[in-house]
Ligand binder design. Structure first.
Ligand code: ZN
Length: 345
């Protein structure tokens, strides 16, 4: 049986912004009249690409787009091979309901065709190559589909269930004329493994991470593998309780140091989608070592990074980081007061 293994699977948080009717938003939520922030034009070796038409700052929304086709498959399983036959009929019915102009828009999207697909269903090949998960549904976003892949992307994205839109925002400063990139795949894997995942889209990645010379690429590969291991190891220890034993305290101190390294490596690798997770870990690890100043600063950095995607601080993740920052500020204050009292004795 054919399976839909190639769907782009992202974790998309739900949030909302205050400018529901505009496709084009700035970070400050003012609705700008015309779509001047990007344009699609030929990208060397990649067909079309999306380019910034002006300087874009972290958190600026580049694209806010409703799906042209959107449905919930009957048995959606996150990231797992998916029976194609189940969705063929639903996909075709959704397509048939579109206007001729919309249908042309869908059929103009790029699709890498496997030999089996060449013989048959082009619509399914387009859907497989371009669909995104939106909560427990699948959506096709023609404008966003023009954004090429990079293993070091300058945008991040989420699905806003409130707005019914997929939001693409800058995760770092983007110069006017620079190409805008998203990631199609999980990125904490070495180059060869990433390339294997990308084969389903029919291109060889030449992004800034993949185009490094051998030595630098090996270092990048090692870093990504180490980061994946470190995240897994830290996640089992994300508790704020301070260890009582000498051995426990020593271990907490070591973990705090290792968490700084995690933050440095993730920043060095330019993997913005993992920044919040890394800052959160560093905050908790320093709290466990009762090192309140860096703990507070990392929590606040996580909160501020979280606000880039979630301007109104509505998501559970943003609220959690806000609460953590406040908690750590109190701990830091208590610690300073205790120290002052000790001093005054
Ligand atoms: Zn790449």
């Amino acid at each position: 049986m054919l399976t839909l293994t190639a769907l782009l699977v992202f974790t998309l948080a739900s949030t909302s912004t205050s400018c529901a009717d505009s496709s084009w938003l700035t970070r400050s939520h003012s609705c700008v009249g015309s779509p001047q922030v990007w344009e699609a034009r030929p990208s060397p070796g990649k067909g079309l690409g999306v380019y910034a038409t002006r300087t874009i700052e972290p958190g600026d929304i580049i694209l806010s787009e409703p799906p042209i086709i959107h449905f919930a498959p009957s048995e959606f399983r996150d990231g797992v091979a998916y029976p194609l036959n189940d969705i063929t009929a639903t996909l075709q019915a959704s397509f048939d309901a579109l206007s001729p102009g919309e249908q042309a828009q869908v059929m103009s999207l790029h699709a890498y065709m496997t030999p089996a697909e060449k013989a048959g269903d082009q619509l399914m090949a387009i859907f497989r190559s371009n669909a995104y998960t939106t909560g427990d549904s699948l959506g096709l976003f023609p404008k966003g589909s023009r954004i090429n892949h990079s293993c070091r992307p300058n945008t991040s994205q989420y699905w806003s269930a409130n707005l019914g839109r997929r939001i693409v925002y800058a995760n770092r400063h983007i110069e006017e004329g620079e190409e805008i990139y998203a990631s199609y795949i999980p990125l904490l894997h070495p180059h060869e493994a990433r390339q294997r995942r990308l084969d389903q889209y029919g291109f060889k990645c030449t992004c800034s991470a993949c185009a490094l010379d051998q030595g630098a690429r090996n270092a990048s590969d090692q870093r990504r593998q180490d980061l994946a291991k470190a995240f897994a190891a830290f996640e089992s220890q994300l508790t704020l309780s301070v260890p009582g034993s000498v051995v426990g305290k020593r271990k907490a101190r070591k973990n705090a140091e290792a968490s700084i390294q995690l933050v440095e490596e993730i920043e060095k690798e330019g993997l913005a989608d993992y920044y919040i997770k890394a800052y959160h870990i560093a905050a908790v690890m320093h709290a466990r070592a009762e090192d309140w100043k860096p703990a507070t600063l990392f929590a606040n950095k996580g909160y501020e990074t979280s606000l880039l995607a979630d301007h109104n601080a509505r998501s559970a993740g943003t609220k959690e980081l806000q609460a953590l920052t406040n908690h750590l500020i109190n701990k830091w204050n208590d610690h300073l007061r205790d120290k002052a009292m000790e001093h005054g004795k």
